[in-house]
Design a protein. Structure first.
Length: 106
């Protein structure tokens, strides 16, 4: 009677070990496909962002305007300037071409 109980425990442990080995093998096999899927999603997301910056095909024209109001005081041969208000503005345009259109001579 004791012999059959020991065989059952050994058989149960062996079954669990085989089941764990099958699950681990399946996870290792799936790892390749999951990795490829994640890489594909990442590449698709980066392609959706747009083309890369191209310094050779970037043109721009900007106008900067600075206006300020100041008060100047002279006392005992020392000049002091206080800026009351200052405003700076920028206007213009910038055009960036697609990197694939850029040509570099060899």
């Amino acid at each position: 009677m004791f012999i059959s109980l020991k065989n059952r425990k050994g058989q149960s442990t062996l079954e669990y070990a085989i089941l764990i080995a099958i699950v681990v093998g399946a996870l290792i096999t799936m790892q390749i496909y999951v990795k490829r899927g994640i890489q594909g999603k990442l590449r698709s997301a980066s392609d959706d962002i747009g083309g890369q910056f191209s310094p050779g095909l970037t043109t721009s024209e900007y106008n900067y305007t600075t206006e300020y109001e100041s008060q100047e005081t002279v006392k005992d041969l020392v000049t002091t300037t206080d800026v009351i208000t200052q405003t700076q503005s920028k206007s213009g345009w910038e055009k960036v071409e697609v990197l694939e259109d850029e040509w570099w001579p060899e």
